[in-house]
Design a protein around this ligand. Structure first.
Ligand code: GLY
Length: 163
């Protein structure tokens, strides 16, 4: 604040966003998310998590999506709403997440100057298919379904932290 330098930093040590997407036995979707926000954030900063369409979005006719990572990057693309729109157009949850992460990658050409930039999406369609994708390695998520019970999955990613 003394230097008027606004530089929110997201990495694995200083924030934790948790989102949950649920499809019930009647075919109804629900979702929620919670976050600590970004460390050293400017007073009044609003991240993506409390903004419907950015950190979380669902449409019972299509599916649901949620994000974690640098909220500014997710807000800039209306990320979760766009993932749901891509599923509406026929993309799988995985392909929809991947396309929006690619969009975020392309909007941050200077990602080498942003070594802290991480964004990840999870998505679930109304058929019960799920997918996830992240910009950088290390994004994992928990799944539960009647067939296979509880398990953890590692999301595929665009780049490592050294790229
Ligand atoms: N994704 C959490 C935040 O940027 O606030």
């Amino acid at each position: 604040m003394e230097k008027s330098k606004y530089a929110p930093v997201i990495n694995t040590e200083n924030h934790d966003t948790i989102s949950m997407l649920v499809l019930d036995k009647n075919g109804n979707l629900s979702g929620g998310c919670t976050t600590s926000g970004a460390a050293w954030k400017m007073h009044g900063r609003v991240g993506d998590s409390p903004i419907i369409g950015a950190g979380l979005f669902l449409d019972n006719e299509v599916g649901a999506a949620a994000a974690t990572g640098l909220g500014e990057a997710v807000i800039r693309t209306a990320g979760s709403a766009m993932v749901v729109e891509l599923m509406r157009q026929g993309k799988s949850p995985y392909d929809a997440c991947k396309e929006i992460v690619e969009r975020i990658f392309n909007k941050h050409k200077n990602h080498r100057d942003m070594p802290y930039l991480q964004v990840g999406f999870i998505a679930l369609n109304n058929k019960g298919e799920h997918g996830a994708y992240s910009l950088r390695a290390g994004f994992n998520f928990a799944i539960h379904d009647e067939k296979d019970g509880n398990r953890m999955e590692d999301a595929k990613f665009k780049m490592t932290w050294d790229d």
